[in-house]
Design a protein around this ligand. Structure first.
Ligand code: FE2
Length: 343
């Protein structure tokens, strides 16, 4: 088992440069000549090869090994073993939220990949970022043993807080074609978000456990359709980073093929967007090895108690099997070095 290595060196204070060129994603950004132009226009983008293929394949192998390591009968070479009795708890959306998985070594290695964190640095024009401790996605094919994954179109941002606030991301780690399941986005819907919410202000909301989530009703979907917004399945190769503006409507699809889909959600925000209270809460989540939502400021933290057939899973784990090897860069992403001494 690996051990946690943490640099305790004091990080420089996070002071936003006076001339910050943080993207606004409102049509006023300069032309970049790269994927950032796609993000501005479409509300999402694909950064090809953010992780070199060899390392992406290694991470996918580690993810398979993590599933097999429960010793419940899942075998990557025999898809007939895909059954909830043979696996840790994974919901119909492919999300695995417990067992300390969000802090496994391979997850933190992905979060620290230069091509991943660098993409977010270029959007925020800021190197002082914190990262979410979000779910890991294992979409295994042809699952009949768990409920069907119904469409759940949503945006991950409070309608009362408009403007570009958060860039979400996921690192794709297996070949992911049009029918292999995964992210589907409503192209250009970020630009219509403010208008949409003005018009739908009085519509009863789909219940949500956080105001930073808004579900689109049938009427909302019809509105998007009438604005000629197209829903597109985003396809990717191993090592590609998919990013989207939190205002962009999206959800995910199940696989219709025999191809599994593995993804690690990676969402970063400037540490200056978090309060000291947020950072202290985030430190607690890190130390308890629990997760957060995609919002890196950790307003909501999770639990490692998974259920199996209605009872606490006897295979629950409360710390990662392979603890992360944190270097100075990745440790800063926890937010801990930015906690002031008096806080
Ligand atoms: Fe989402």
């Amino acid at each position: 088992m690996a051990t946690t290595t943490i640099q305790t060196e004091q990080a420089p204070p996070a002071i936003r440069p006076a001339q910050s060129r943080r993207m606004k994603v409102d049509g006023s950004d300069p032309v970049f000549g790269d994927w950032r132009d796609d993000l501005v226009r479409d509300g999402y983008a694909v950064i090809k090869g953010a992780i070199p293929r060899e390392r992406a394949d290694k991470y996918a192998d580690q993810m398979y090994s993590w599933l097999e390591g429960f010793n419940l009968g899942f075998d990557r070479n025999d898809m007939s073993t895909v059954h909830k009795d043979n696996l840790p708890a994974i919901n119909e959306k492919g999300m695995c939220l417990q067992y300390g998985v969000t802090h496994e070594d391979f997850v933190w290695a992905v979060r620290g990949e230069p091509g991943v964190v660098g993409a977010f640095e270029s959007v925020y024009d800021d190197q002082d970022l914190i990262v979410s401790f979000d779910a890991i996605n294992f979409t295994l094919p042809k699952r009949k043993d768990i409920p069907a994954n119904k469409p759940w179109p949503h945006q991950d941002q409070d309608p009362l807080m408009p403007g570009f606030r958060c860039l979400q991301g996921l690192v794709n780690l297996l070949p992911n074609g049009p029918d292999d399941g995964g992210l589907i986005v409503c192209k250009g819907s970020h630009n219509l978000s403010e208008q949409f919410h003005k018009e739908f202000i009085n519509e009863p909301r789909i219940p949500a456990w956080t105001p930073e989530w808004f579900g689109f009703t049938d009427a909302g979907m019809e509105w998007l359709k009438n604005k000629n917004c197209e829903w597109l399945k985003v396809c990717a190769e191993p090592g590609d980073l998919l990013v989207w503006d939190s205002r962009t409507a999206h959800y995910n699809l199940s696989s219709k093929t025999n191809q599994p889909r593995f993804a690690i959600y990676t969402c970063y925000m400037p540490v200056n967007d978090a309060t000291q209270e947020d950072l202290i809460k985030k430190k607690g989540a890190y130390e308890r090895w629990v997760g957060t939502t995609h919002w890196p400021n950790a307003r909501h933290t999770g639990s490692n108690v998974a259920k199996r057939d209605g009872e606490d899973d006897p295979h629950n784990r409360f710390e990662p099997i392979n603890k992360p090897q944190m270097n100075e860069r990745t440790f800063k992403l926890t937010g801990i070095p930015y906690i002031k001494a008096e806080a």
